[in-house]
Write a protein that binds this ligand. Structure first.
Ligand code: HEM
Length: 399
């Protein structure tokens, strides 16, 4: 059976504004569609996305001999530092190395250490919100970004004076993860990766010389079965945690408040009517901040009756899976009392989000404060234009 060929409209404004009708169309048409622009086989349905996340036939890193082409024209040799910061990113590793590295990082990033940050999160969230109350402000740049960068910065032990620089580096680097990357953006990302790499290396050396009670110090000292992380591995992990640690959380806050407003759901006291944890999970399902991840195919496989060839690539469409009516009743409706909250937005299998415990707590503290009041949109927010990392340029509100 031939996989239906489509042109994925990731540069079409109408699609970016609301991708879900198109995603529903392709999901109902076929379990797999081939995007002729990126040559990616797109996996559209919930069960298949879950299977790809957990099957050993699909891998985040390519096997030896596989063509190293990506969906963009980014050449490895031109982007030395970007690839250096990616070399030991957990997201790109598989097998023993991934497992060993993930165990070491998880040891330095336990639930207890995250829970200990709750008082700091509550303080920071209240401090920022009290300053903004009564005025018109951008929920993203005035609240969500400074809040989440302060939390991850505090956890890692990064000096506060560097937060703005981190945000700038991170914003530039994450552009490399979209379906199509312009040459200008790639060059800016390379420069940011260079500066980020060198700064983090210095910081690690300082923490080794003078240990502190923070995660970079723990990463430098953590051991298991006589293994410890190398400096390169720590750098890649710190950069991954800083990047992964704020973009998705910031966009979840923006996407969620806009979704509530567009669905005429009053924010004030919503957390008195429904469990705040369920509110958060349902809103992450409804408009996922991360819409797709790519995987290499290690063995010939069958998905939805289609042959998926070894050596090719698939993209799992998380946002599409979360709107699959086979998995969720009335998937286009926000329902905080769903019996099934098992969405795909935090991933699954060996790459399941390592920071989900931190993200959930950060969101809980923020939502508890935001839902104490009426959050009113002051203008129609504009999407950033990216499909993969789904968010708004700004979300102007008053509270
Ligand atoms: C709402 C917020 C977040 C969402 C929706 C999210 C989502 C995800 C997803 C979907 C993956 C799997 C990627 C794949 O399948 O290849 C992932 C992996 C990861 N996330 Fe998150 N994330 C969030 C917040 C965070 C935070 C706050 C941190 C840490 C500070 C974090 C750290 C990571 C790491 C380290 C991985 C890689 C795990 C591995 O490959 O073994 N994430 N995240």
């Amino acid at each position: 059976m031939e996989i239906p060929v489509i042109q994925f409209p990731n540069e079409n404004k109408e699609f970016i504004d609301n991708p879900y009708p198109f995603l529903q169309k392709i999901r109902e048409q076929s379990a797999v569609v081939l995007d002729e622009i990126s040559s990616l086989q797109l996996i559209t349905r919930f069960e298949d996305v879950k299977n790809v996340q957990t099957s050993k036939n699909f891998s985040s890193s390519s096997a030896e001999g596989f063509e190293q082409a990506s969906s963009s024209m980014i050449k490895k040799e031109d982007f030395e530092y970007f690839y250096k910061t990616e070399e030991f990113s957990l997201l790109n590793l598989e097998g023993q190395l991934h497992g060993d590295l993930r165990n070491l990082v998880a040891k330095a990033f336990s639930n207890r250490q995250v829970q200990e940050l709750r008082p700091f999160m509550e303080f920071k969230s209240k401090e920022l919100m009290n300053r903004l109350r009564g005025s018109e402000f951008d929920l993203l740049s005035d609240y969500a970004q400074p809040y989440s960068i302060a939390v991850i910065g505090k956890l890692l032990g990064v000096p506060e004076t560097m937060y703005d620089e981190f945000l700038d580096w991170s914003n530039k680097i994450v552009k490399m993860y979209d379906l199509k990357v312009s040459k200008d953006d790639a060059e800016l990302a390379e420069k940011a990766a260079h500066d980020f790499y060198e700064f983090t290396l210095d910081l690690i050396n300082q923490k080794i010389a003078k240990p502190e009670d923070d995660m970079i110090t723990r990463l430098a000292n953590v051991t298991e079965n006589d293994q410890r992380l190398t400096k390169n591995q720590i750098i890649c992990t710190v950069i991954l945690l800083l990047n992964a640690g704020h973009e998705a959380t910031v966009n979840t806050i923006g996407n969620s408040m806009v979704a509530l407003s567009r669905n005429n759901i009053e924010t004030k006291n919503l957390h008195q009517q429904h469990n705040v944890k369920n509110i958060i999970e349902e809103l992450i399902r409804y408009d996922s901040p991360l819409q797709f991840f790519q995987r290499w195919v290690l063995e010939d496989s069958i998905i939805g009756g289609y042959e998926i060839k070894k050596g090719s690539k698939v993209a799992i469409l998380l946002g599409s899976a979360n709107r699959d009516k086979e998995a969720f009743d009335e998937p286009d409706t926000i329902n905080f009392e769903r019996s099934n909250l098992n969405h795909t937005s935090f991933g699954g299998g060996v790459h399941f989000c390592l920071g989900a415990h931190l993200a959930r707590l950060e969101l809980e503290v923020s939502f508890n404060n935001l839902l104490d009041t009426s959050v009113n949109l002051r203008e129609e927010p504009q999407r950033t234009g990216a499909f993969g990392i789904r968010g708004f340029k700004k979300v102007l509100v008053n509270i």
